[in-house]
Design a binder for this molecule. Structure first.
Ligand SMILES: [Zn+2]
Length: 301
C-alpha cells in the first residue's frame, strides 16, 4: 500500500488500490520470531521472482498500450515503513538498512561501507556456516540465511524507501532534540527556551504548546509533536543562542552557541522541507543546501 493515496480510497477494496496476493501470518502478541515468520511468508509469496532466468527470454506480458513486451519481473523496491524494511532486509531493529554504520554510532552515514548482498553474501553465508554470528551482529545483519539474497539483480539493502516518521522524526530529529535540550540545560537557558516556545501565539497550521516539552517523556513524543516542535524551534532558539555582544557570554560560548544554532536551523529546515507532498528542483536544491549546512556544523553534536 502506498501512503500517498488518501486513506478513504486506500481502505476501500472496490477502489482496487491494492490487490491481495497472499495473507501474512499474524502471530499472537509476545510470540517469538514474529519478524522471521513474516519474512518467510513474504519470501514465499515472492518466490517466483527467485526462479526467473535473467539470461532467458523473460515473460511475454500485455502492456497498457496494447503491445506485448518481453518482461523481467525483479524485486526492485519494497514500499513500506522502517519496521517493514527491517523485516524484509533482516537487519537488526535500530540499525541502518543501507550501510555498515554500527548501532549507536554518531551520524556519518556516507563514510561507512554500503551493505550489498551481491558482493558479500558468500561472506555472510560462510560466517553463518561457521556459526560466527558476532561479526554479522556488528554489521547489523540478522544471522539467518536471507533468501532474498538469491533473487536476481536484487540488493535487499537498497530496496528501502525513505520513512519520514521512523527514520527522520522519531530517529534523527528526536535524537537531536534530546541533545539540544541537554545542551540548553548545560548552558542554563533551557527554561528560557521553554518560555519562548509556550509564548508562540496561536496561528493556523502551527501546533501550540502550552506545556514544556519535557513534561512529556521523550519516549512518548509522537511524530506529530516532533514535527510541531521543529516548526518553531529555530525561531525559539535564535534569541537565546544568537545574542548581542554584551550578553555576558565568553568568546568560546558564543562560538559553540553559533555552531549549535547553525545546526538547529539546518536540521529544522531539512525536516520541514522533506515533509512536503510535492518536490521541485527548487525544493530539492534547498534540501541539498540544508543538508550541506547541517554537515558543516554537526561536529558540535
Ligand atoms: Zn547507513
Amino acid at each position: 500500500m502506498i501512503g500517498n493515496i488518501p486513506i478513504d480510497i486506500r481502505w476501500t477494496p472496490r477502489k482496487r488500490t491494492c490487490i491481495l496476493v497472499g495473507l501474512i501470518p499474524c502471530p499472537q502478541k509476545g510470540a517469538k520470531n514474529i519478524d522471521k515468520a513474516r519474512h518467510t511468508a513474504v519470501v514465499t509469496v515472492l518466490s517466483q521472482l527467485r526462479r526467473l532466468d535473467i539470461t532467458g527470454p523473460g515473460l511475454k506480458w500485455d502492456c497498457a498500450d496494447g503491445f506485448q513486451r518481453q518482461c523481467y519481473p525483479l524485486l526492485a523496491a519494497w514500499v513500506g515503513d522502517y519496521p517493514k524494511q527491517v523485516m524484509v532486509a533482516q537487519v537488526s531493529y535500530g540499525s541502518c538498512p543501507m550501510c555498515e554504520i554500527p548501532k549507536g554510532a554518531p551520524m556519518g552515514h556516507s563514510t561507512f561501507r554500503l551493505l550489498n548482498n551481491s558482493r558479500d553474501q558468500h561472506i555472510y553465508s560462510e560466517l553463518l556456516e561457521d556459526n560466527h554470528i558476532d561479526p554479522l551482529h556488528t554489521l547489523g545483519v540478522c544471522p539467518i540465511c536471507n533468501q532474498v539474497w538469491q533473487y536476481p539483480l536484487c540488493n535487499v539493502y537498497r530496496l528501502w524507501q525513505p520513512d519520514e516518521l521512523h527514520q527522520l522524526l522519531l530517529g534523527l530529529v528526536e535524537d537531536l532534540l534530546c541533545w539540544l535540550l541537554k545542551y540548553l540545560k548545560g548552558r542554563n537557558v533551557k527554561d528560557r527556551c521553554y518560555s519562548q516556545s509556550t509564548s508562540v501565539p496561536r496561528y493556523p497550521g502551527l501546533q501550540h504548546f502550552s506545556k514544556r516539552f519535557d513534561s512529556l517523556k521523550s519516549g512518548t513524543w509522537q511524530g506529530k509533536v516532533i514535527c510541531g516542535i521543529t516548526s518553531t524551534l529555530a525561531v525559539n532558539c535564535a534569541p537565546i543562542l544568537l545574542c548581542s555582544k554584551d550578553d555576558g557570554k565568553t568568546a568560546a560560548e558564543r562560538v559553540t552557541d553559533e555552531m549549535v544554532m547553525g545546526a538547529v536551523r539546518a536540521f529544522c529546515e531539512f525536516s520541514l522541507l522533506v515533509s512536503q507532498q510535492i518536490h521541485s528542483d527548487l525544493s530539492l536544491n534547498a534540501l541539498d543546501d540544508a543538508l550541506k549546512r547541517f554537515y558543516l556544523k554537526k561536529g558540535i553534536f
